[in-house]
Design a protein around this ligand. Structure first.
Ligand code: HEC
Ligand code: HEC
Length: 307
């Protein structure tokens, strides 16, 4: 189509000699054709020239920017630490694996894939191991409805190594860091609200614990450390639900832990706390022991009087 318009020739295309002739001469025609093709070539060259150069320049710019962005991202996201730290981490995983094979693999399987006496530990994360082993629940001595809290049998270093090994199998929550400053800065009133909304139905109003169904129980939280409290929330041991950080963020979790420690560490200023069951048992005790005692004394005085 464009060829046809080219050959038919617009007035400006046609050379003056050709336009003056009614019929194009044999000489003029090839001249005109070469001129036309030459012009066509150089218009296309003119068209390609600057834009191609600009394109080349802009792609070079994109390349440089891309390289710079990669560099910046690398420095920001690359695992910090040096070879020595990596070697330490590898060593912890190696030691942890040895401890695991010795103490845990009989129930959880040689590769932590689980067996019929223990669940798989792939993906449970360091937090679950730290919680289970530091509260003495694991290693489980014998199958039961629920693992009890016991004095831990592994040292803190060994627990870190076991956690590192299980974490190296992939995924799961990390061991949370709860600093004293976070605890002392925590909003106790907010922690109390969250505790009553999320935890009190199982662990009771003052964290003393209570039985659940099928021989299970929500334990008392008086011995739990703040770290174990946050770990329990993040990993949901046994029949306890998981409270992820979208439900309770780190600040909320610290507030809950601070509130629980406030509940369980506060001495009862009135003397006997009566299991902290609240005003009803306290009232009952006042009635039975207080008024009842006075009645007994009155009766005793009355019985001694000889009339
Ligand atoms: C006698 C068998 C037995 C031994 C030994 C044992 N476990 Fe367990 N483990 C269990 C059972 C059963 C459960 C699930 C029941 C529960 O959580 O109470 C469990 C649960 C766990 C969980 C929680 C998994 C989860 O989904 O959150 C972790 C973590 C764990 N064990 C780690 C260990 C570690 C580490 C050792 C070795 C120090 C160990 N276990 C030794 C039987 C065992
Ligand atoms: C559905 C009932 C339920 C709810 C709700 C629940 N828990 Fe638990 N919790 C349990 C059970 C059951 C265990 C025992 C798990 C085990 O032995 O493996 C437990 C264990 C714990 C422990 C470990 C205690 C120890 O031995 O040191 C802590 C800490 C804890 N829960 C904190 C919380 C907190 C905080 C909340 C609220 C954010 C909460 N729980 C909500 C049922 C519950």
């Amino acid at each position: 189509m464009s060829d046809m318009t080219e050959t038919s020739g617009t007035p400006s295309d046609t050379p003056p000699e050709a336009s003056s002739d009614s019929a194009p001469s044999e000489v003029a025609a090839p001249v005109a054709a070469t001129k036309r093709s030459a012009r066509k070539r150089d218009t296309s060259a003119r068209k390609r020239g600057p834009s191609a150069r600009r394109r080349r320049r802009s792609s070079a710019l994109v390349l440089v920017l891309g390289l710079m962005a990669t560099g910046v991202l690398w420095t920001m996201l690359a695992p910090s630490g040096n070879a020595a730290q990596t070697a330490d981490a590898n060593e912890a995983v190696r030691q942890g694996r040895a401890l695991y094979l010795q103490g845990c693999s009989t129930c959880h399987g040689l590769g932590a894939q689980g067996s019929n006496t223990g669940p798989s530990l792939v993906g449970v994360g360091a937090a679950a191991v730290d919680f289970q082993v530091s509260t003495g629940r694991m290693p489980l001595a014998a199958p039961a409805a629920q693992a009890d809290r016991k004095p831990p049998i592994y040292s803190a270093t060994q627990i870190d190594q076991l956690s590192a090994y299980v974490a190296s199998l992939g995924g799961g929550p990390e061991v949370p860091k709860v600093t004293d400053k976070e605890l002392s800065d925590a909003d106790l009133a907010h922690g109390g609200e969250l505790y009553r909304a999320n935890c009190a139905q199982c662990h009771q109003a003052v964290a003393q614990g209570a039985p659940l169904t099928y021989g299970k129980f929500a334990p008392s939280l008086s011995e739990s450390t703040p770290k174990q409290i946050v770990e329990a929330m993040r990993t949901g041991p046994e029949s306890m639900p998981v409270f992820g950080d979208r439900q309770l963020n780190d600040e909320d979790a610290a507030a809950v832990a601070a509130y629980i420690k406030h509940l369980t560490d506060t001495k009862s200023p009135g003397g006997f706390s009566l299991g902290k069951y609240g005003p009803v048992p306290e009232g009952l005790l006042a009635m039975l022991v207080g008024i009842g005692g006075l009645l007994v004394v009155c009766l005793w005085i009355g019985a001694r009087q000889k009339v």
